[in-house]
Structures are given as C-alpha cells and as structure tokens.
Design a protein around this ligand. Structure first.
Ligand code: AMP
Length: 420
C-alpha cells in the first residue's frame, strides 16, 4: 500500500535549485549595497517571547491580533515565531547595550518571517524580508540615508514602475491631538463606517486612514489632516527630509494618509509600491520609531528603519538571471579510471574550478550527455588509451576541438583555458 506523501504547509514555499540563484543574486546585491553604506548585519533568533510583540507592534494591529504563530512550549513559556524584525532587533540592541558601545548603530538583516495571513500571490505565511534599523540619530539626514539606501538597492535591481510615498505622522503630542480630532469628525458618521473602521475608531483611530473604501476616503479628505497637528519641530523635520530628498534627486509623492499599521511609528513614514503587482503592491515600508527603545525598557533612543519583501521584489524583478553552469566534467569508465577521476575532480575543485563527474556509473555516451546538460565547457576524458599512456584528452564542448596532455599537467592546462 503506497503512503500519501506529506506536503508542505499552506502559504510556505520551497525555493528549488532553479530559483535559488535568483535569491543568491538578490541577497548579494543587498549585502553589497548595505556594506557600501557601512551597515552591519544583525541576526536574531527565530522565536521570541510573545510579550515582545504585544508591547511593540501593538495588540490592536492585524499582526498581533490575528496573524502570529504563538504557542506555549513544554516549559510553559509563551513564544512567537517572529512576524517582523523591528521589535527583535530593538530587543537585541537594548539587551546587548549596543547604544553604550556606539552613539549610532546602523544595522541590517535578511531574514524569514511568519504571519498567518490568507495566502495569495505575493502574500505568504513564511516569507523573507531584508531591512535596516538605525538607532541613535533624530536628524533628517538619517531618514534620507535610509530611504536612499532602499531606493539604491531597487535601482541596482533595475526595478521599474516604483512609487515612493512619504508622510509624517508627527510626534506623540501631534498624534494624540489628531486622534481626538478625527474621532470628533467621524462620530456623526460612525454608522456609515465599515466594520473594520468602526473597530479601528474605538481601538486605533489613526488606522482608519489606511482604509481602502472610496467612500471613507472621500469622507476623510474633508476631515482633519494630520499635518494640521504637526508641532513646529515635526514640520521642520519633515520639510528638511523632503528638501534633502529633492537635493539627491529621489522622487517621492506626499501621501497624507500613509500611517502604516503598527503602533510604534512616529514622524517620517514611507512606503514603496510597484505598479507591476496586483492587490499586494507594497514592496517596502518603513519609518521612524523614536519612542520604541524606551517603550521596550531601554534608554530613550531615536530609531528609524524599513523592511522590504523579497518574494515581491523577485516578482517585479524582470531581469533574468544567468544560470550557473559547470566548467569541467571528468569522464571515464571502470575501476581503474574511477580513483583517478575523483583525484582530478578534487584537485580542480580545490582550485575553485566547478567540476562534476558521473556518480551513477553510466556509459561514456551517457556521461557525455550529462556533461552537455550541465553546460560544461570542457570534458576531460580518461579512457583505456589515456590510462595506458598516462595522458588525458581534453575536449572543448562548444567547438569539438580536442587535444591530449600528460596527466600531471591537467591542472595547469585547465587553468590556461577560458573557463567563463
Ligand atoms: P510590513 O512588515 O508589513 O511593513 O511589510 C514590509 C514588506 O514585507 C511589505 O511591503 C511586503 O513587501 C512584505 N510582506 C509583508 N507581508 C508579507 C507576506 N505575508 N508575504 C510576502 N511579503 C510580505
């Protein structure tokens, strides 16, 4: 009786060998740019205490209220697979006293996240983000550096059809006053609001600005604007961010209703969308979170960061990737050739030459077919004649040219060939 094979969990994906080189190229582009901006990598555990997310992302957010993978472990601890990175990185920043070691910390990550969302194109339950978190500077130049770093990675990837949207949700005072005003304004229309907005009205009125409903958008247009509640410092900060972005030729659109879903944001918020994606069109979101370090028990320290979804970047990245090909394939038959082939392959590999040989004890003809399939540039043939004469035949697979060389000069000979 054949068993039903076990399948992967809904919303998770295998990244198979024919896709992994696209991931590697993306990851190396990210790392290279991060390093030119002098950002350093941080890696945090896959799971954390659930309370970390409750106290940062906020109990009313979609992530915390509906999407976390949370469980009580055998020791009775309440744990959660990380659904975002800002809180874990901030926890690590505080716990390891990074602020005491350096007045400014510029950190980056490439990581897997877990959210129990409804899977669809561009939305998964395990997905990947890269991002940065910078602790220590309240000044607009770091807002601009973080935005320009994200845009520079997207430019290097040659992504087209992107829009950078920008807003400031002000300092805490500004948001408190705005919250009162928006509630006041919406109260007479409460019954007309969608169920989601009614919930948000009670728990987190700022998020009503996130609405997708056209009617609610029109209603909001005539209501109080968050910019009317900016303090003069908020206004100066935001103006300076916009001026600096103009000076370095980064195009952006002002988006007065961009509030982002999480509790910890302050002042600058931004999002990058792509017109090549459907409903899930956001590829990157970020902003300032000046109160978060203190909220999580650290010394008051301003912070700013962004996170970009890597699956979505690959969906919009039209650039095709060169598949990696083998360089050398060593062919031979029989017991006496076998150990020689293993030795030749070992020597070539130790010299950074991509080398394969047959592991299925197939015929010479099949081995030749395998070499072609792997895209090898040259084959090294160790046949009976070669074994008796202590030589090897080197064949160029693109033009069929072949030559014979002494066994002990294989490495130097191969190194002299154009292998790329
Ligand atoms: P967020 O942490 O929600 O601000 O998301 C930042 C970015 O991560 C988004 O702009 C998306 O590109 C990506 N993202 C968020 N949720 C998912 C998901 N469930 N699946 C794939 N990508 C996602």
């Amino acid at each position: 009786m054949s068993k039903e094979p076990i399948r992967s969990i809904k919303g998770t994906q295998d990244i198979l060998p024919d896709q992994s080189s696209r991931w590697q190229t993306l990851e190396s582009t990210i790392r290279n740019t991060m390093h030119t901006y002098d950002y350093f990598e941080i890696r945090t555990p896959a799971f954390e205490n659930t309370s970390l997310f409750l106290h940062s992302v906020g109990e009313e957010s979609d992530i915390v209220s509906k999407e976390m993978y949370t469980w009580i472990d055998q020791g009775g601890e309440n744990l959660t697979l990380k659904p975002e990175l800002t809180a874990p990185v901030t926890r690590a920043f505080i716990q390891n006293n990074l602020g005491g070691l350096n007045p400014i910390n510029k950190l980056y990550y490439i990581d897997s996240l877990f959210r129990r969302e409804r899977p669809q194109k561009g939305r998964y339950r395990q997905f990947h983000q890269f991002g940065v978190e910078v602790f220590g500077s309240e000044f607009p130049e770091i807002d601009v550096e973080v935005i320009s770093l994200a845009m520079s990675i997207f430019n290097t990837l040659e992504l087209e059809g992107l829009t950078l949207e920008l807003n400031s949700i002000g300092s805490e005072d500004c948001r408190n006053n705005f919250r009162t005003a928006i509630k006041e304004y919406l109260k007479p229309n409460f019954d007309k609001l969608s169920e989601t907005s009614q919930k948000r009205f009670k728990r987190n009125p700022l998020r009503i600005l996130d609405t997708k409903s056209l009617e609610e958008k029109t209603l909001l247009k005539d209501g109080p604007q968050i910019s009317d509640y900016w303090t003069s410092d908020d206004k100066d900060h935001f103006n300076e961010v916009c001026e600096l972005l103009d000076k370095i030729n980064i195009k952006f659109e002002l988006s007065p209703n961009l509030v982002r879903g999480l509790d910890y944001y302050t002042r600058t918020t931004f999002e990058v969308t792509s017109n090549l994606l459907g409903a899930q069109n956001a590829i990157c979101g970020g902003g300032r979170y000046d109160g978060l370090v203190e909220q999580l028990g650290g010394k008051p320290t301003p912070g700013i960061g962004f996170a970009a979804g890597m699956e979505r970047l690959l969906l919009v990245n039209q650039k095709s990737d060169e598949t990696i090909k083998s360089q050398i394939y060593v062919i031979g038959l029989g017991d006496s050739a076998r150990s020689l082939i293993i030795n030749i392959a070992l020597e070539l590999r130790q010299n950074n030459i991509r080398t394969s040989f047959d592991l299925l004890r197939r015929s010479i003809k099949s081995q030749m077919r395998d070499a072609n399939k792997l895209g090898a540039k040259y084959v090294i043939i160790i046949g009976e004649e070669e074994l008796t004469k202590n030589i090897a035949t080197i064949k160029n697979l693109s033009n069929g040219d072949q030559e014979q060389i002494p066994l002990d000069s294989i490495l130097s000979h191969i190194k002299s060939l154009p292998l790329k």
